[in-house]
Each structure stands twice: as structure tokens, then as C-alpha cells.
Ligand binder design. Sequence first.
Ligand code: GLV
Ligand code: GLV
Length: 323
Amino acid sequence: GKYKVVVTGRIMPAGLAMLKEHCEIYQWEQTARPRVADLSEWLREAEGLFVSTNIPVNEELLAVAPRLKVIAQPAVGYDSVDIPACTNRKIPFGNTPGVLVETTAELAFGLLLTAARRIHEGWDWVRAGKWQPGVLMPFGVDLYGKTLGIVGMGAIGSAVARRAQASGMKVIYSNRKPRPDQDALKAEYRLFDELLAEADFIVVLTPLTAESRGMFGEKEFAKMKPTAYFINAARGAVVDTQALYKALAEKQIAYAALDVTDPEPLPADHPLLTLSNILVVPHIGSATTETRNKMAMLAAENLLLGLAGKPLVTCVNQEVNYR
Ligand code: GLV
Ligand code: GLV
């Protein structure tokens, strides 16, 4: 028979087609996020879970899914997943690193460039009929010759560094520790506080963990230059939203550009959206057709491998991966 698989949200057609060949699919199709109770009937029988980041994978969920052999997620960040709980139950969890690196770097660098040169404000200006002789919109700032500070120098950070270097920027980074390949990266390691004080642009790409939660608060914004641009393409909760609001409102820093927020989605009446020195896009770091297809296909591959008792291609908890 076919494997019973629960899909908690939308899935790109390429991934769905792969699953359909081998699985009987129970898919949550409503736009509202499901709760465990909404899925528990299906989860009781499920051997595979294809999870969007729309529901936490925690003890409560795992407790109603005793037959799970594998969990796969079409996203790289797994802060909504209790990995130790999966590991305790010997359930391998697969994410999708690698396939979204260049795409997410393009978005992060695009946010930086768009904010610096006010491209979005220019478009609003033109569309509002303000493009008239003698009327100038506020000026932006150059990237060329400036210093970019990358917080969290993983694969995506390295891809952003290459783009910045091609634009004539100096690149510094902070990480839990210096990378052994930093000469090849042509990026210099800094302690976090040093980076905050030195960077003209800060791009955040660190995963959300217990240590990184709220790592940008009042103290950190106070250490930045008043001309600093702050770009977050990681997770919203890495930032204390109230502190960011205050830093922007009081012009402690110049500008923010965010792909991710806390909360998400950001309500239309959120105070952040009343500011003039901010650009927010709705978590689209990996949102190209090509890459979303690759992510869905890699996640589907992980799921099918796990169902067959074979090693997942990209497994977070290797100690319980099949072999
Ligand atoms: C998106 O945010 C991801 O983690 O892939
Ligand atoms: C993933 O590839 C990352 O840089 O975290």
C-alpha cells in the first residue's frame, strides 16, 4: 500500500507530484494555520509528515503521531521544530539547505540596495504624481566604499559577501567563531560589538536559537552608527521589535529593511509600518519559482527516503538518520 502522509499546508506542484506517486496524502488546505487538534485524526495514522512552517513540531504534535518515520520541511530554518523531541523518538528531520542559498542572498542584497537607494520610495513618488520639475525626493546613500557587517556567516552570508564585494564594499562578519576560510571569503572577523560599531550596513542571517533570540535589542541599536542600515533576512525574533521601532523612530539608526518580522505576518496597523525609514517585504527570501520548486522537491525526496527507511539527503539530526 501507499504511505500515509500529512501535508500541513501548501506545497509546490513538483513536490506534490513526487509524493503522490508513493503516498496517500492528507493535506491541510485552509489558509488559517492548523492546530494539532485539526490534524490529529490524520496524524494518528501518518508515517510521514511534510510540514510547512505554519505549525510547530513539538511534543504535543508528536504525541498524537506515534507512527511517524520521517518529517520533512521545505525550508532551511527549523526554529519551529523541537529537534531533541524528534531525536528522542528516532524520527529524522530533513530541511532544505543549499538549494535556496543564492536566491536568499539575492533578496538580502536586494533589500540592502533598495533601501540605500530608496528605490521603493522613488516608485511610490512617481506613482503618486510627485515627479515634477524642481521637486526632489530625499536622497539615498552609496554602497560603494562602505562597510557591510554580516551577522551569521553561513552559506547565505558568504553569498551576500560576494555580492557586496562586487559592489566595492568592505565585508566584516561576526559568528560564534571565526571561519577557517575567512581569507578566501575576503571578509574579516569581528566580535559582535565591534561589528555593530563599525558597519555602515548590517545584514542578519543567523538562525533563530535560544542564544540568538532577541540579540538585537536597545543596547545593540545604541551601539550602531546613526547612519546605519539594518537588514534582517533571518528570523523576526532575532530582533526585539519594540527596540527596533524605538531606534528607528528616534533616528538612532538610519533605516531598516526587513524580510522577516516578529510577529509574522505583521498586522497592517503595526507601529513599524507608520515609520518612514523602513522597508518591509513579506518573508520572500526564497520565493522564486525555481527555488521553491527545488525546496519542495528536496523535501519530498527526504520524505520518500525516510519512508523507505533510507538516509535523508539533508538531515538535521544525523544521529537518527537512516543508514
Ligand atoms: C525560510 O525562511 C526558510 O527557513 O527556508
Ligand atoms: C544555509 O544554507 C545557511 O546559510 O544557513
